[in-house]
Design a protein around this ligand. Structure first.
Ligand SMILES: Cc1cc2nc3c(=O)[nH]c(=O)nc-3n(C[C@H](O)[C@H](O)[C@H](O)COP(=O)(O)O)c2cc1C
Length: 218
């Protein structure tokens, strides 16, 4: 699968683990590496139950993952979904999920994954994966997971009206790229939404200027 080179997919991996440098850390690095290889822009952030997750809004794709300890998905990820603004910031986001655990897959799908999914009923989940201990360091397993995420992402994006035709000209793209990173993702998404609503197929500096003076409120 290919990712638009001009506007790379922006992915964030939100994860939790009690262990530093353990299997989850290695898994996240492998997933991140695989995504970067496809041209995506990737960041990772370790969850804290009470953190501010506003930054998540800048990303197109959110991958949530954690290990299971004593039958419960690692607490800071679950805590963030319950206590913080994470759930609110995930509104409308495409999501992928993974768990690292020692139990057989059917048990993990029945007992562990629902602990996370119950908080994501309104999100589009592109792919979900249980990594057993022998799969965590297997490049084929990671590659398969990332491939499925990207394929489903592309399908979901193709389904959006007008998305397949929407393009950016170089100058408009440079204008947005020159903005600080904490805001450029949000501006880019807002402009694409504005273009889709108004049937615009090419985003130019003029489109940005008109959007700025419209109700888009840029
Ligand atoms: C203290 C402890 C408790 C665990 N409890 C479970 C469990 O209840 N169910 C399960 O499937 N795996 C369990 N596991 C396996 C872990 O989920 C698995 O080893 C995971 O990869 C650990 O991730 P980490 O290396 O990032 O800590 C447990 C592991 C540990 C160390």
């Amino acid at each position: 699968m290919t990712v638009n080179e001009e506007m790379p997919l922006r992915a964030i991996i939100l994860y939790d683990s009690r262990t530093s440098g353990g299997s989850t850390d290695r898994l996240i690095d492998a997933i991140g590496h695989e995504l970067v290889e496809t041209g995506a822009y990737v960041e990772k952030a370790k969850c804290r139950a009470n953190a501010d997750y506003s930054f998540v809004r800048e990303f197109d794709l959110v991958i949530l993952g954690a290990p299971v300890y004593y039958l419960v998905v690692s607490s800071q990820l679950l805590g963030a979904l319950v206590q913080s603004n994470l759930k609110k910031c995930l509104k409308g986001k495409k999501i992928a999920l993974f768990l690292a655990c020692g139990s057989p897959e059917p048990m993990a799908l029945t007992l562990y994954l629902p602990q996370v999914k119950v908080h994501l009923v309104r999100n589009r989940i592109l792919s979900e994966k249980i990594f057993a201990p022998h799969q965590m360091d297997d490049p084929d397993e990671v590659e398969g997971f990332v491939e499925e995420i990207l394929d489903e992402y592309e399908k979901a994006d193709r389904g959006r009206p007008g998305s397949s035709q929407l393009q950016w000209d170089d100058e408009a793209s440079d204008m947005v790229n020159a903005m600080p990173s904490f805001i450029s993702g949000k501006i880019r998404s807002s402009l694409e939404e504005y273009a889709r609503i108004n049937g615009i197929k090419l985003i130019t500096p003029e489109v940005i200027n008109v959007a700025r003076s419209s109700s888009m409120g840029m």
